[in-house]
Design a protein around this ligand. Structure first.
Ligand code: HEC
Ligand code: HEC
Ligand code: HEC
Ligand code: HEC
Ligand code: HEC
Ligand code: HEC
Ligand code: HEC
Ligand code: HEC
Length: 446
């Protein structure tokens, strides 16, 4: 009897839990922001430009429904730069010009800022490819906005610190990231400058590593003489740019060859799926290099990654030991609670336990590991991927130094604990830690 009851109760509980989960996710998306944590933040007006679909509201200062010529005439005086760029664009020069109202609408009180769908009406191929990138999962351009808004640290941190997330991740929500408005120039998008506004800085130093490579140096030395009106295919360019390698053939996807992706975790490059991706890379390099040589360079990248992960796993092991001995100080339950809260505060170490919490609100030794993993490791990775020899060396030197520091700090923590046990020093006053800059207490209601 009791057994039968269990048999019936279990599926019912499971069903209730699953539906409660769905209801919760639906509810959490119903706030003034967007994404999973929409109830924890509200948009600033400027976000209407970066994420027009979710947040743009038309200006209502000008009233009227206008023909294309009137838009141009009036805006010649108000925004002459925009009109000049538009006039020089293929849109204006087309036999049947694509004008202001085609993209923004004609009613000045109900203007829209064009989403990728609007461009897609005339550029089905590019828009279709762009959409289709979703099947490669994260990271990818088409999913970038979702990724940023659904990251807990987006909603957890003060607004001033996270405003920029939306700007870079807007590559998903509008088409003017690489061919800027209002020229919408394909030639501009082929050059590396089109990418590095977003692809730079410690977690993703693509700018720094590309320009330190033979390819980047050639671009610097000779790029001004190349004919940028040509498409990105074999024979047209002497050295590759970002788009040549990542958007070969003009394909509007950047994830279709990625193995190592962002570089946050170790992968096995030898799975059959990854071998397919690797072959795509080798084929691309052989536009200009011998195939076997290109294959060797990419194997060198895998070797570099293996070395990096050896160091990272060592550091993770030190931290995990400290955690199991309860020596991480302040421990998770002694730290300021994340504003978004978590029922169970615990120390999270490495990618698989949750990366967001590694950014801040952690003890000093965990922060050391975060910097080793997120900055030094990713710097070494991108150096190896892009051919910056100096970057590989300095990345690994820094990782070795960090590992050393982490091991020394672990010893200090053990010594401190011993002293504490013997009553030689008093335990650290944990209350001090509970009121940091990111806490519930200080929250600025993002
Ligand atoms: C009589 C002059 C006039 C005409 C005609 C006109 N505009 Fe404007 N437009 C303005 C002014 C002024 C602003 C700035 C409004 C503001 O600051 O809120 C503006 C702003 C805009 C903006 C920016 C909105 C924003 O939120 O930043 C767009 C886009 C725009 N106009 C498109 C158009 C289009 C498309 C047409 C034709 C259908 C058009 N305009 C016709 C005067 C005009
Ligand atoms: C091919 C589509 C397209 C055409 C044609 C076009 N625009 Fe735009 N416009 C855009 C995009 C994309 C943005 C950026 C939207 C965003 O930031 O979300 C924009 C932004 C704007 C803005 C506000 C942002 C800023 O830079 O101040 C104004 C004003 C504007 N356009 C005016 C015009 C006028 C005037 C014309 C005609 C001369 C025109 N646009 C033609 C696509 C277009
Ligand atoms: C009403 C149709 C229409 C819309 C909407 C439209 N375009 Fe275009 N686009 C065209 C036409 C037509 C051309 C010129 C094609 C040619 O000359 O072969 C063009 C050309 C281009 C080019 C190539 C320029 C070059 O240098 O070769 C780019 C890039 C581009 N559009 C981007 C966009 C973006 C981004 C949007 C949305 C913000 C957009 N277009 C919206 C019709 C449109
Ligand atoms: C407006 C900012 C912006 C611009 C400009 C931009 N990107 Fe990105 N890119 C991103 C963001 C944000 C991501 C991470 C997306 C995510 O979180 O899933 C990304 C991801 C990528 C990835 C990773 C794909 C993967 O599977 O690992 C590649 C490769 C890439 N971009 C290449 C380029 C190239 C090449 C250009 C220039 C032609 C470029 N990007 C221009 C913002 C940008
Ligand atoms: C300077 C531009 C820039 C800013 C600012 C930025 N990102 Fe990114 N972000 C990127 C790029 C580029 C990548 C992809 C790097 C790669 O694949 O090598 C990325 C990757 C990511 C990823 C990992 C995607 C994945 O699936 O692995 C997340 C999550 C993310 N960003 C969230 C955020 C949040 C949250 C913020 C704000 C605190 C932020 N980003 C600010 C450019 C930016
Ligand atoms: C990550 C950078 C990037 C983004 C984002 C991007 N493009 Fe492009 N686009 C390029 C590059 C690079 C080229 C040149 C391709 C080539 O050489 O064949 C290009 C070329 C084009 C062309 C001209 C194609 C031709 O053969 O003349 C059109 C049209 C276009 N893009 C539309 C779009 C639309 C629509 C979107 C948004 C869905 C978009 N682009 C977003 C980088 C980008
Ligand atoms: C010679 C070709 C080449 C050039 C040029 C190049 N990259 Fe890469 N990039 C690679 C390779 C190879 C990888 C490692 C891919 C892998 O194994 O996942 C990579 C990795 C990346 C990644 C991580 C995501 C991924 O695809 O694995 C991003 C983001 C990226 N590059 C952006 C850029 C940017 C931005 C530029 C220009 C500043 C650039 N790349 C120039 C070949 C290139
Ligand atoms: C569009 C042509 C082109 C493509 C595509 C290309 N390269 Fe190169 N690469 C060059 C040129 C040109 C040089 C400079 C050769 C020299 O120094 O004489 C170079 C230099 C190099 C070097 C420096 C070592 C050396 O022999 O000078 C490496 C490593 C390299 N490429 C790797 C790659 C890899 C890996 C890929 C594919 C992910 C790739 N390249 C794709 C043109 C290309």
């Amino acid at each position: 009897m009791r057994y039968r009851l269990k048999l019936i109760a279990l599926p019912i509980v499971a069903l209730l839990a699953v539906s409660a989960g769905f209801v919760y996710v639906h509810w959490s998306k119903g706030g003034t922001g967007a994404g999973l944590y929409s109830r924890h933040w509200s948009p600033d007006p400027v976000q209407g430009y970066w994420d027009p679909e979710n947040f743009y509201q038309s200006t209502e200062i000008v009233e009227g429904i206008f023909e294309a010529e009137l838009c141009v005439q009036c805006h010649e005086g108000i925004t002459p730069g925009i009109v000049a760029d538009w006039r020089a664009s293929r849109h204006a020069l087309n036999i049947d010009p694509v004008s202001c109202n085609d993209c923004h609408g004609s009613d000045h009180q109900q203007l829209r800022l064009p989403t990728p769908e609007v461009c897609g009406k005339c550029h089905g191929k590019q828009h279709g490819e762009f959409q289709d990138e979703a099947r490669y999962g994260f990271p990818s351009h088409v999913l970038a906005m979702e990724r940023a808004l659904d990251a807990p640290h987006f909603a957890d941190k003060p607004k001033a610190e996270v405003q920029s997330c939306v700007q870079c991740h807007s590559v998903a929500t509008k088409c003017d990231s690489c061919h800027t408005r209002h020229r919408f120039d394909a030639a501009e998008a082929r050059r590396p400058e089109a990418c590095v506004t977003c692809h730079s800085g410690p977690p993703h130093p693509d700018d720094e590593t590309y320009f330190a490579s033979a390819h980047g140096q050639l671009y610097r030395a000779e790029g001004s003489d190349w004919d940028w009106s040509k498409p990105l295919i074999k024979g047209n360019y002497k050295a590759p740019t970002c788009a040549y390698c990542h958007m070969d053939g003009g394909r509007h996807q950047v994830a279709h060859k990625s193995l190592w992706k962002f570089g946050l975790r170790e992968i096995n490059p030898h799975t059959s799926k990854n071998q397919v991706l690797r072959k795509r890379w080798i084929k691309l390099c052989s536009d200009c290099h011998e195939e076997s040589k290109a294959a060797q360079w990419l194997t060198d990248l895998d070797q570099e990654r293996k070395q990096a992960w050896k160091k990272l796993y060592k550091a993770e092991a030190v931290l995990k030991d400290l955690r199991s001995e309860e020596l991480l100080r302040p421990a998770a339950d002694e730290r300021p609670p994340y504003p978004m809260g978590s029922l169970w505060q615990r120390e999270r170490i490495g990618f698989f336990e949750g990366q967001a919490s590694a950014f801040y609100n952690v003890s000093a030794i965990e922060r050391d590991y975060f910097e080793m993993w997120y900055f030094e490791n990713l710097g070494a990775y991108k150096s190896a991927a892009h051919g910056s020899m100096a970057g590989i060396k300095s990345g690994h030197d820094k990782m070795a130094a960090s590992l050393d520091r982490i091991e020394t700090k672990a010893k200090e923590l053990r010594n401190l604990f011993e002293a504490e046990q013997k009553g030689e020093i008093a335990p650290a006053p944990s209350e001090l830690w509970m009121k940091g800059a990111y806490t519930d207490y200080n929250r600025d209601h993002n």
